[in-house]
Ligand binder design. Structure first.
Ligand code: ZN
Length: 232
């Protein structure tokens, strides 16, 4: 039986690929995004543009509603470089200050509450262990424990799918190409947003961004590695 899925969709490269992936597997796919006090509205602005493009390419009859949830109260608690005017630098903990404590746990909890109301039992997120940022809430162990906690707490089986968990950024581009061809790759390049600084002025072959922040560096490296590989 085909099921319904709710994709955590931030308009970044990863969640864009997850949306395309979900559209090929589930009979109905809804999306959820979060306003948590981001310094830049860019990703929220890009969401509807990118979402409709991916829907048109990968499953126009399967793409359901979009939900944007305001959790800025949480953002105020979890203040870090992305939510306050602080320098993006490595903190003494060894984690980048872009780490927002517990962010994915809150995202999944809110997403699960929405999913429960809408009869959806699969959550899809772009968490990835291999991007070297070391975010503890992106690890498979955390996701497995979260799925179990949500299933117990809601008394309903909740599955969390993380199709990018073991992929490198280059492999994520390759997956996008497999899912939607070069048209999907082009849509993700042009309309997804990754840059921590919210730069939409400078267009590179891998997309818009400042080109120097850690998110841009990771995206540029992934793109170059994919273009050099046999799968490009
Ligand atoms: Zn950047």
């Amino acid at each position: 039986m085909l099921r319904h899925a709710l994709v955590l969709f931030s308009a970044g490269q990863d969640s864009a690929t997850c949306l395309a992936w979900a559209l090929q597997r589930f009979e109905r796919v809804e999306t959820i995004g979060f306003f948590y006090g981001q310094r830049h509205a860019v990703e929220l602005d890009q969401r509807p543009v990118l979402r409709s493009q991916i829907g048109a390419l990968c499953g126009p009859d399967r793409l359901g509603e979009d939900h944007v949830v305001d959790i800025s109260g949480y953002g105020a608690i979890a203040e870090s470089a992305l939510t306050a005017d602080r320098a993006i630098e490595m903190a003494a903990t060894g984690l980048p200050t872009t780490f927002v404590p517990g962010r994915n746990l809150v995202f999944f909890t809110v997403a699960a509450a929405l999913a429960y109301r809408r009869g959806v039992d699969v959550l899809v997120g772009g968490m990835c262990e291999t991007d070297f940022s070391g975010y503890p809430d992106c690890r498979q162990d955390t996701i497995d424990a979260m799925a179990r906690t949500l299933s117990l707490g809601l008394d309903r089986p909740i599955t969390i799918e993380t199709p990018l968990m073991k992929l490198t950024k280059a492999q994520t581009w390759s997956l996008a190409r497999d899912l939607g061809g070069h048209a999907l790759v082009d849509a993700i390049v042009e309309h997804s947003h990754t840059c921590y600084r919210g730069d939409r002025e400078h267009l590179h072959v891998w997309g818009y961004g400042c080109g120097v922040c850690p998110a841009c560096e990771l995206r540029a490296k992934g793109w170059e590695a994919w273009r050099r590989s046999a799968t490009a």
